[in-house]
Design a protein around this ligand. Structure first.
Ligand code: APR
Length: 234
């Protein structure tokens, strides 16, 4: 059967690459006040603190390497028979570095910078600072190209279109607590897709999934990909 697979990933898929999650024990939101570092108001109040937060995350991301889960999703895209799309809530680039090409970052990317004055986007330097100026309009209005709480995620219309067309929706490493991503399982299920959760612990939305497998992504994802590829063999 030719599948049309949409995969939603969250911080849990990058946990074994050494990048922190948000809501686990010692998660980022237990060590930083998200109101201060992940909202437009926080950035307006203290841009230096916000740049420091993302400079640190950018450095951690550079030091991290894709794990077996990222590599397995790239294999699925390469060897699978149908379409495979990764919609990630993560701002790291580990899916791309693992070889995935169809990756949509609905919460933006650490690797990109945005001018709040003119909307210009460019590759972010390793370290950003409130004194930086926009390469296009020279305004002191540079910010990380990430989606903060209260801002609208990227490519939502295209994502909903793919969820409606999907035969299979898989959520990996996400707690299912942040919308609109947390509702994707319902959107896909309503449109007729089968739904699967691969997560270390039951997410908030586990009851919406046809099936849930609990464990580490680096174990669950390669095993699941091998299953899908074996079923797809002509
Ligand atoms: N393997 C699989 N799942 C894991 C692993 C692992 N090794 N480690 C942790 N997890 C699971 C946790 O059980 C949890 O359900 O990953 C999930 C991480 O949840 P969160 O920390 O809430 O991260 P996420 O769901 O990606 O957050 C969504 O919230 O703060 C915003 O913008 C931020 O994109 C983020 C969004």
């Amino acid at each position: 059967m030719t599948e049309d697979i949409v995969i939603l990933t969250g911080a849990g898929i990058s946990a074994e690459s050494g990048l922190g999650t948000f809501r686990d024990v010692n998660g980022l939101w237990t060590r930083y006040d998200l109101e201060e570092v992940a909202t437009p108001d926080g950035f307006a109040r203290n841009p230096a603190l916000v740049h420091e937060f993302y400079n640190t995350r950018r450095a951690n991301c550079r030091a991290a390497t894709p794990n077996a889960a990222h590599l397995a999703l790239a294999r699925l895209e390469r060897e699978g028979l149908g379409r495979v799309l990764v919609v990630t809530q993560n701002v790291d680039d580990l899916h791309e570095r693992a070889g995935s090409r169809a990756v949509w970052h609905m919460h933006g990317r650490l690797a990109r910078a945005l001018c709040a004055a003119c909307g210009y986007r460019w590759d972010a330097p390793d370290f950003m600072d409130p004194q930086d100026t926009c390469p296009a309009c020279a305004a002191h209005a540079t910010r990380p190209d990430v989606v903060w709480f209260g801002e609208y995620p990227h490519r939502m219309d295209e994502i909903w279109e793919r969820l409606r067309a999907a035969t299979l929706f898989v959520a990996i490493g996400t707690s299912g607590q942040v919308y609109p991503a947390a509702a994707f399982v319902q959107d896909a299920g309503r449109a007729g897709a089968r739904t699967l959760e691969l997560n270390l612990e039951p997410s908030a939305g586990i009851s919406d999934f046809d099936e849930a497998r609990l464990g580490k992504a680096s174990d669950l994802v390669p095993a699941w990909v091998a299953e899908v590829l074996a079923q797809a063999e002509p």
